[in-house]
Design a protein around this ligand. Structure first.
Ligand code: HOZ
Length: 429
């Protein structure tokens, strides 16, 4: 595979951008090889600057539920751009977007648009602190909620991949306010709550984790978490930046049957444009300025281009709810094929799937939390990743991430992927 143009661009980029990339995982550091510089995406495929074609299972880390560049999003954007790109003033489409989110997700009574998932989680925590008048938060080891200071404590995603789950630059004060519990261990939560009685403002969780690879939280654990929050007047925040509108119309909260107080969104509600949002109970959201004293603002919040693409995506979901059956069918087909390929190796590598999110962990023990996820053989994963890439299949370049199936993946794409998995597993033995 010729990757000369990507190689040259990467070398040039390293002179001007830290690590040559604008987000660490993209640098392929944990898997080795040349990061591909992408020139375009159509449907299930992406193309790099050297003209190589890949079946893409990243889909911009989740939002491309319908594949790359679907006509209804492109048309919405082209129409919107005719009227201007940004006003820093209210627009009609922001109202449409807020109504759509409130309509599709029953737990959301009010919503505020921001520009990324990181902004959404930071702002949701501030709202929870302002509302409860308490300062500490609980997060779970290996969960990632963007790069806000108080989240980069025992975090997942790139922070975990690069071995710095607790980032330098985070102050001792911030770190002291973030308490870390173990996913699926209600005892670990109870201990923190007892030790920090009346001090915890919020518990934030990825109810289906994507950022230490795909892990579904235990249903009973999530229900008990809800009860603790009710008893202790703690705000329960579901980080659905990855799972919102991907796993179901109502996100992970719909499939788990638990209602959070606040929810954060990103990616998908912008149809692939930079966007985020946080929302939930009206009484909590009323604390946000200018209604209440908790300040949060942004010139590009509710940007008309992002809103147009996002509304097109959400309207499509609203009008075509069967998309989730299509995704389930395709994802379970892929899951079965990969499972057969794993079985043929005589190993029992773990494939976790929730809806159209999946992770193949190179460990033979079930992966249910941070401790079991980090038992994965990341070197072997790196070899597997590069084998797949050389066969034209683009998986996330890190073990502790999810890969995503879209409605644009054809049976031919999935069959090709299954064959590539079988060959790759065989080649890395
Ligand atoms: N850490 C992000 C996914 N969990 C990757 C973001 C990116 O590189 O675009």
């Amino acid at each position: 595979m010729n990757t000369l143009k990507s190689k040259n661009l990467f070398e040039e980029a390293k002179n001007y951008i830290p690590g040559g990339v604008n987000s660490p995982v993209r640098a392929f550091k944990s898997v080795g090889g040349t990061p591909r510089f992408i020139s375009k995406g159509i449907g299930s495929k992406i193309y790099d600057v050297d003209g190589n074609e890949y079946i893409d299972f990243i889909g911009s880390w989740g939002p491309h539920l319908f594949g790359h560049n679907p006509s209804f999003i492109k048309e919405a954007l082209l129409t919107a751009i005719e009227s201007g790109t940004s006003f820093g003033a209210p627009t009609e489409i922001e109202v449409e977007m807020a109504k759509l989110i409130c309509d599709l997700v029953p737990s959301i009574e009010m919503v505020r648009m921001v520009n990324s998932g990181t902004e959404a989680t930071m702002s949701a925590i501030r709202a929870a602190r302002g509302f409860t008048n308490k300062e500490k938060i609980i997060k779970f080891e290996g969960c990632y909620h963007g790069h806000g200071d108080f989240f980069l404590i025992k975090a997942g995603s790139g922070a975990l991949t690069f071995g710095v789950p607790t980032s330098p630059g985070v102050t001792k004060g911030n770190a002291a306010d973030t308490l870390v519990a173990d996913l699926n261990s209600i005892e670990s939560v109870k201990n923190l709550v007892v030790k920090n009685k009346n001090e915890i403002a919020a518990i934030i969780i990825e109810p289906v984790v994507g950022n230490m690879g795909t892990i579904r939280s235990n249903d009973l654990f999530i229900k008990k978490l809800r009860s603790i929050c009710n008893e202790e007047k703690i705000i329960l925040i579901f980080d659905e930046v990855m799972t919102g509108f991907r796993l179901a119309k109502g996100g992970a909260q719909e499939i788990l049957g638990v209602t959070p107080d606040l929810t954060t969104f990103g990616k998908i509600i912008g149809g692939g444009l930079p966007v985020g949002a946080y929302g939930g109970k009206k009484e909590i959201m009323e604390i946000i300025s200018p209604n209440g004293p908790v300040y949060q603002a942004g010139t590009l919040s509710g940007n008309p281009l992002a809103m147009s693409a996002g509304c097109a995506a959400l309207n499509y979901i609203k009008e075509n709810p069967q998309i989730y059956n299509v995704l389930e069918e395709k994802s379970s087909y892929l899951e079965n094929g990969i499972m057969r390929a794993i079985k043929a190796t005589g190993k029992s590598y773990q494939l976790n799937r929730v809806g159209s999110m999946m992770t193949l962990f190179f460990t033979e023990e079930p992966v249910i939390d941070y401790n079991t996820a980090v038992k994965s053989d990341t070197k072997l994963f790196g070899k597997f990743f590069n084998e797949m890439l050389s066969k034209g299949i683009y998986f996330p370049p890190a073990q502790f991430e999810a890969f995503f199936v879209s409605s644009a993946h054809s049976k031919e794409d999935l069959d090709k992927t299954i064959i590539a998995v079988a060959e790759s597993l065989n080649n890395i033995k």
